[in-house]
Design a protein around this ligand. Structure first.
Ligand code: PEP
Length: 253
């Protein structure tokens, strides 16, 4: 059975008190309404992580996530945050390779390969993001493009390591745009990612990986997306900033 995961990417939103209120609201609703077999992850800005860890201790199925991590262990890397630092404040998941990091911070597949390995060595679960631009989809290159992202960044892992990775397919044209991939488009890509993993590793390993969809997922479209056989959850941007919407998505399996 693959894990069902709904992860919220708060991005660069919420000052400390507002973040704490949002997390408290999510936790209270999760305790009352969300089944234990659905894992929630709150990927908050770094400034929130230490204080959220205490709040999240009250529930076993709401976890703490970061939005990025350095590929270095420590040292003269001004502004960066290490895996050890994330672990020390209770972080369990880390988003790696979000398209905004790839675009604005020039993160390459090769750099992300280092980050993924480093996260795993430090017992952090990477939420590895992949996804194509509109131009790539319109050129009908989307499958090859995503396969390459996966091969370049995850291809060096062994089976045990790969099984600890969560993949998020996020078509760039659907992120923050209100345009969602159709359920059929999401299923096509998720199945293709799983088939590709089966060729690179093996079927059992591919079948064990949770693949999340991200890109304007909201309460009104979550049910149809999550009903697809290869869609195991969601990475939610905008809708994760409203506790009721985030929980409604988590209740859409
Ligand atoms: C994201 O940034 O990971 C995302 C999916 O954003 P949104 O849900 O706002 O499209």
């Amino acid at each position: 059975m693959r894990k069902k995961i709904i992860a919220g990417n708060w991005k660069m939103n919420k000052a400390l008190a507002d973040g704490q209120s949002l997390a408290l609201e999510v936790i209270n609703l999760a305790i009352e309404e969300v089944p234990q077999d659905t894992q929630l992850v709150l990927c908050a800005p770094a400034i929130h992580l230490a204080s959220l860890d205490d709040l999240l201790k009250s529930t076993a199925h709401v976890h703490l996530g970061a939005q990025n991590m350095s590929e270095h262990a420590s040292g003269a890397f001004t502004g960066d945050i290490s895996a050890e630092m994330l672990k020390s404040v209770g972080v369990q998941f880390v988003i790696l390779g979000h398209s905004e990091r790839r675009e604005y911070h020039h993160e390459s597949n090769e750099l992300l390969s280092k980050k993924v390995k480093f996260a795993l060595q430090n017992n952090l679960t990477p939420i590895f993001c992949c996804g194509e631009s509109l131009a790539t989809r319109e050129a009908n290159q989307h499958i090859e493009f995503v396969n390459k992202q996966i091969k370049d960044s995850l291809g060096d892992l062994n089976k045990d390591e790969l099984q600890k990775v969560v993949i998020a397919y996020e078509p760039i044209w659907a992120i923050g745009t209100g345009k969602t991939a159709s359920a059929a488009q999401a299923q096509e890509m998720h199945k293709s990612i799983r088939d590709f993993l089966a060729t690179q590793f093996n079927q059992a390993t591919a079948d064990s990986i949770s693949i999340l969809y991200g890109g304007s997922m909201k309460p009104t479209n979550a049910k149809e997306l999550l009903a697809q056989p290869d869609v195991d959850g969601g990475l939610i941007g905008g809708a994760s900033l409203v506790a009721r919407d985030f929980i409604a998505i988590a209740l859409s399996f």
